[in-house]
Design a protein around this ligand. Structure first.
Ligand SMILES: Cc1ncc(COP(=O)(O)O)c(C=O)c1O
Length: 294
């Protein structure tokens, strides 16, 4: 493992990997593949973690704390960043019943990278979102820098704005992006030129995501579109998921993930067909996934 400082790591510019795919007889989609943005730390996490990591480095903070569900890609990427830059990391996981269970692959990966895991009840988790300090103290987490769920907060949004500017420079008519907390989409919406329709796809209630996004935006968010298609619950397996992932892999070599990006791509496919989107429209799919390998 290279022993890097975040400031050295972020000196090199993100790699823009664009792949054009012909979705049907009419539409061509550009895929902005964030797995390739950097070989060491990538996906939307490359952007969302950037200013948190730089902040920790600047203030000589050695311990990073954050929160997430049992399948949190954010915790996984944070553990990776911890290993990469030499931070201690703690992950607070939703669901105290999980503490006694065999670790799923995501949590196992986090622990293997040195992240210390704490499991708390759903009620405590809800309170942690609102005011972390009393809960952190209560469960005995050592002092550190707390990063909001999903890598959000002001500094997470600052990184998402950088992704938004890269997206804006591609001059698309339609931009599709997966949402969890909505921070990534907020950055893309805030940076969008007029004429760019920015469409978020979420496993969670669209009203919740919109409300969250609105807390970040400096504008009215009039151009915000968020959909929660009925494609099965968060991280649940189903036939359509398997088929979509296999199709995009074999036809275009695209690796869609089982939680977020397969849903967004499924939604996009139906959307462009049902809305009769003009064949000359420039359509961009932001593939937010991290490769998640060290
Ligand atoms: C692959 C992928 N896409 C999208 C998201 C959602 O990002 P956000 O929480 O910024 O909405 C995540 C989680 O961070 C993710 O792992």
């Amino acid at each position: 493992m290279p022993n890097l400082l975040p400031s050295e790591f972020y000196e090199s510019a993100p790699i823009i990997d664009l792949q054009a795919i012909r979705l049907n007889d009419v539409h061509v989609i550009q895929v902005l593949n964030l797995q390739k943005v950097n070989p060491l730390l990538n996906g939307n996490k490359y952007f969302k973690l950037k200013y948190h990591l730089l902040h920790a480095q600047k203030h000589k903070i050695g311990h990073l704390i954050s929160m997430g569900g049992a399948y949190s890609n954010h915790l996984l990427s944070l553990s990776k960043a911890g290993r990469l830059f030499g931070f201690q990391t703690t992950g607070i996981v939703r669901g105290d019943e999980l503490s006694e269970q065999t670790r799923n692959p995501v949590l196992k990966y986090c622990e293997n990278l040195g992240m210390r895991l704490f499991f708390i009840s759903r009620e405590q988790y809800r309170l942690l979102r609102i005011d972390p300090n009393p809960i952190l103290k209560n469960i005995g987490i050592p002092e550190g820098y707390f990063i909001e769920e999903g890598g959000g907060g002001t500094l997470g949004f600052k990184g998402a704005l950088e992704l938004g500017r890269l997206v804006a420079a591609l001059h698309s008519d339609f931009v599709f992006c997966s949402c969890g907390t909505g921070v990534t989409l907020a950055g893309i919406i805030q940076s969008a030129p007029s004429g760019q329709n920015t469409i978020g796809v979420s496993s969670f209630k669209a009203s919740y995501i919109k409300k969250n996004i609105q807390t970040y935006l400096l504008n009215s968010g009039n151009n915000m579109h968020v959909f929660s298609p009925d494609l099965g619950g968060f991280a649940q397996k189903n036939k359509s998921q398997k088929k979509t992932i296999a199709y995009f892999k074999s036809k275009f070599g695209l690796s869609l993930d089982k939680v977020y990006t397969w849903k967004t791509m499924s939604f996009l496919k139906d959307y462009v067909a049902q809305k009769n989107i003009d064949r000359n429209s420039r359509i961009l799919f932001v593939d937010t996934q991290s490769e998640n390998k060290l």
